[in-house]
Every structure is written in C-alpha cells, then in structure tokens.
Design a protein around this ligand. Structure first.
Ligand SMILES: NC(=O)c1ccc[n+]([C@@H]2O[C@H](COP(=O)([O-])OP(=O)(O)OC[C@H]3O[C@@H](n4cnc5c(N)ncnc54)[C@H](O)[C@@H]3O)[C@@H](O)[C@H]2O)c1
Length: 490
C-alpha cells in the first residue's frame, strides 16, 4: 500500500507516540528512540487509545499491525529506515544534534520533522545531506487528524517533497503543501490568532473559558470543521458570493474590534483565572476520559463527513478504499473453494447491551464481504467511478451463534449463481474456533449508475464472475441456502 515499509521515530512523546500509532496501524515496522525511560508507559497509553479509535473509525480490513520496538539509541532506531520521523522537543539545537547523529547511521531515509514552527531551511542548516529533510507538521491526535502540513526548505530535494505528498494519503492523511516557508506555517499561525483573542477575552472578563469554548463549538467551530473559513464566508455573502461578502464586511476590519496584534501578559493573576475556570469547565473528567471523548467525537464527525462525501470524510473514504483494495488481494488463491472475504476481530462498540454483536453489524459484515467479492471480480472503486455497480435487491441473514467483542471472525463467500446481470452470493461467518455464527444470502443486480436501471456487466467482470460461479457449482450446496424467514432445518 505504501512504498515505505520501515520507519524510525525519534522522540516518543505526545506527537511521536501518535505517529507510531498511525504508522503501525498501516502495517509499517517502526523503531522508536526516546532517552526518557518513562516513555514506554506513555506510548502504551496512546497506542491503547488509538486502537480503540481505529476500531470505530473504519470497518475496512486493516493490514496486520507493523511490528515496533523501543531501542537504545538514535543510530539503532534509524538503521535501515526509509522514513525518519523527528518528534523531539521544540529546541533547534537539540533537533540539529539529533540530525547529525542520525546522518552518521542512515544515509538516505527521508527526515520528516514534526516541528510546529521552525523553518525547514533553519532545521537543515547543519546537515550533510539537507535535501532529505522536509517538515511534516501533524496535529494532535496524530492517529486521527488527517492534516499534515508539508514544508520544504531552500535545500530540500523536490523529489523528497513529492514522495512525502504521495506517502501521507496512503496512511490516511491529507498533506497540504505550504507554498512558502514561514514560522509556524499556516495552521498554527491561524491558531495563534484565535488563541490571542481567547486570552484577551478571558483577561478582560468578557467570557469564561467555557463560554468562549461554547462560542466555538456551538457555532463557527461546526462550520470550520466542514468548510473552513473562506468557503463559509462565501456562503455568508448569499447569492452574490465572496465579492459581496468582502464589500459588506470588509470595512468592519478597520474598526477597533480586535486586539490581535497585542499579546496579553501572562501574569500570575491571568494564569490563575484561566486555570481555575478550566478546572470548573473540565476538571470533573480525567485527561484520559477527555481524550477518549475527543477521539469518539472526531471519529463521528469524520464518519458523518464521509457519508456526505466532503472534507475530512473524503480522506477517510480514500484511505478505506486503499485498505479494501489491499485486503482484496489476499484471497486471490484457490477460487474453487469458498473465498475468504472478511478476516477481522469484533470491535467493542459493535456489541449491544447483551455483549454480543448487534444485528446491524452482521449486515455490515456481510456487506463488507460482498464488497470484497466485488473487488475480486473487478467491480472495484474504479469500476464504480466509471458508472457501473451491483445493487443488493434481497438479503436473508440467519443468526446462529453469538459473536463477542474482541473475538476473531471470518466470512467465506461463494457464488450460488453468477450469470448476466445476476449475482447470487452466500456468506458464512465463523468465529476463531470455526463455529458457524451466521449466514448471509444476497441477491444483487448489475446496474448503470447513470440510468439506475439494470444492465450487463463489463465483459471482464462478467467473465470473472462466471468463472468463479462455474468453479463453485461443483461444491456441495450450503446448508440454509434459499431458506425463507421462519423455516428451520427439518
Ligand atoms: N504537542 C502538539 O500538539 C504538537 C503538535 C504538532 C507538532 N508538535 C511538535 O512535535 C515535536 C514533539 O512535541 P511533543 O508535543 O511530542 O513533545 P513531548 O515533550 O511530548 O515529547 C518529546 C519527546 O522527545 C524525547 N526526547 C528528548 N530528547 C531526545 C533525543 N535526543 N532523541 C529522541 N528523543 C528525545 C523526550 O523524552 C520526549 O518524550 C515538537 O517539535 C513539537 O513542536 C507538537
């Protein structure tokens, strides 16, 4: 899926651990170096949160987790690494020292600095091979937020930038190339402006920390999460659009509304006020609880945006497509047997109050199996984008056993009929012990997405389906196929 198989992470704090989670969840092998002996405990906590979030984020078949280990030196970590993620504290002399140390042990891996603000030209200054350094500035939590700002220094090799731009989407991220080097890049510049205003608003007693946060999360924060600033304002201009908006509200910028250019002094009094208000606002929950709430909310927002085909949801959909395509390659072996189309564990939140998988997820799992089968016969994302697909017209699910949270489940699929526009599939879901948990029978018809009417599949898809159908015709008929609701084995 990615051209990078081995990575190193230098610095296992908040950001390094977040990178670690994202990389290993995408099947990349990682070595981590952090001189702090306590870092493994902090890393474990982040990985646990990430695992929980990923189980909710996507139903796509994720690759086997990349192996990872903590090692004793920079040199050991970067040995053979194609990507070296630098996530050490934000002190330029420390970053410089780490670059020289890594260059002595690794000649050609890309060095991707997580810095929040240093210009890459300043970072690469002492390096022997400065062309390999690029800034890849992520956002916390790195394992969930898609944005990564890519910034090149004066001596960065353009090929390294290109490679970075191609790599990050493969691990579910949205790289944005910053056109010119500035301190703090685009996003942190913006955040600092908002942060300054927030500090003034507290200092001047205009609102408490909670009231200010409410003004964001109940209002413009919702708009920003899905359209950003400029597109939102375009809509504020009504049918006359952006020009009208600028003409109407532009003069207001001359009014003394903002204190943006001033920074409030962080006196003891202001620090006490903010800390006390923050305790009232959020002190009832631990940081761990708040992180999980944050992760659940981010997952829900991204999934909602996926359903509308917009913004961060498109990045999630693109990553899932890559995962599905990668997952679908696996069962290409013996097509004369039922084909393995799902191989996963039951995530904790797929279970209901009885602690077994809820019925909607059985359907989800069988739908995933059908999707995987469609990819095998060539009815994949490109085929669908080209205007044709299969639509399910009938489904029958039998619930025969309980699937519990954390339990491994597989689905094996076979073709009962595959001719012309018709595709009749039978899926069997089993647990790790081989016990049959459910069967799903689906009738699908091939359709044109333009006319929404049935039509013949493309010749290659039709031929592959017919080939597998002929092979499966020799298998004994599966128990339960063709059963109507309420019929039990006689
Ligand atoms: N925290 C954020 O929200 C955020 C967001 C984006 C980028 N960043 C950037 O990411 C980088 C790391 O920030 P962080 O928040 O994870 O800091 P952190 O303090 O949580 O982690 C830094 C880690 O680096 C380790 N370290 C110190 N010296 C080291 C060395 N010589 N070799 C390897 N590891 C070493 C420390 O022990 C620590 O665990 C900084 O450049 C920061 O600006 C931070």
């Amino acid at each position: 899926m990615t051209e990078i198989a081995r990575a190193a992470i230098l610095g296992g704090g908040v950001i390094g651990a977040g990178w670690l989670a994202r990389l290993i969840e995408n099947g990349i092998e990682v070595s981590v170096f952090d001189p702090d002996r306590g870092s493994d405990r902090k890393i474990a906590a982040v990985l646990e949160n990430a695992e929980r979030a990923y189980a909710k984020l996507t139903l796509a078949p994720r690759p086997a987790k990349g192996a990872w280990r903590i090692v004793g030196s920079v040199a050991e970590a970067v040995q053979g690494a194609e990507l070296i993620v630098e996530a050490v504290p934000e002190r330029i002399e420390l970053k410089h020292r780490v670059y020289l140390e890594l260059e002595a042990a690794n000649a050609d891996g890309i060095v991707a600095s997580s810095t929040s603000g240093y210009k890459p030209t300043d970072l690469q200054a002492p390096m022997h091979h400065p062309g390999r350094l690029v800034v890849a500035h992520p956002f916390n939590p790195v394992y969930l937020l898609p944005l990564v700002e890519i910034v090149a220094g004066e001596r960065t090799d353009p090929a390294v930038v290109e490679r970075a731009m191609a790599f990050y989407p493969a691990i579910g991220m949205k790289p944005v190339r910053v056109r010119k080097e500035i301190d703090a890049f685009i996003a942190d510049r913006f955040l600092e402006a908002v942060w300054r205003e927030g500090l003034w608003l507290v200092k001047d007693g205009i609102g408490t920390t909670e009231e200010i946060d409410d003004c964001i999360r109940y209002g413009f924060g919702l708009r920003w999460a899905q359209m950003g600033l400029f597109e939102t304002y375009r809509l504020a201009g009504g049918e006359a659009g952006m020009r009208h908006f600028l003409a109407q509200f532009g003069p207001a910028l001359q009014w003394p509304w903002t204190k943006l250019i001033d920074v409030p002094e962080l006196t003891d009094e202001l620090v006490d006020t903010i800390a006390a208000q923050s305790d009232v606002q959020s002190g009832a929950r631990s940081i761990r609880e708040l992180e999980r709430i944050r992760d659940d909310n981010l997952v829900a927002i991204m999934q909602a945006l996926k359903a509308t085909g917009w913004g961060a949801g498109l990045v999630l959909a693109d990553w899932e497509r890559r995962l599905f395509d990668r997952g679908a390659v696996k069962p290409a072996g013996d097509l004369s047997r039922p084909i393995r189309t799902v191989d996963r564990t039951v995530p904790p939140d797929w279970t209901d109050y009885n602690n077994h998988m809820n019925e909607a997820k059985y359907l989800q799992c069988f739908a995933d199996a059908t999707d995987a089968f469609m990819r095998i016969i060539g009815a994949d994302a490109d085929y669908i984008a080209g205007g044709m697909s299969y639509f399910t017209v009938e489904t029958h699910i039998r619930h025969l056993g309980e699937a519990r949270a954390g339990e491994p489940i597989t689905v094996d699929s076979r073709v009962l009929e595959g001719r012309g526009k018709k595709m009749h599939l039978f899926h069997e879901m089993r647990n790790g012990g081989g016990r049959l948990l459910a069967t799903g029978e689906h009738m699908l018809l091939h359709v044109s997405l333009q006319t929404r009417a049935t039509c013949e599949p493309a010749p290659a898809v039709r031929a592959k389906l017919e080939e597998i159908a002929a092979l499966h015709a020799g298998l004994p008929a599966p128990e339960g196929a063709g059963r109507a609701v309420g019929q039990r084995p006689g």
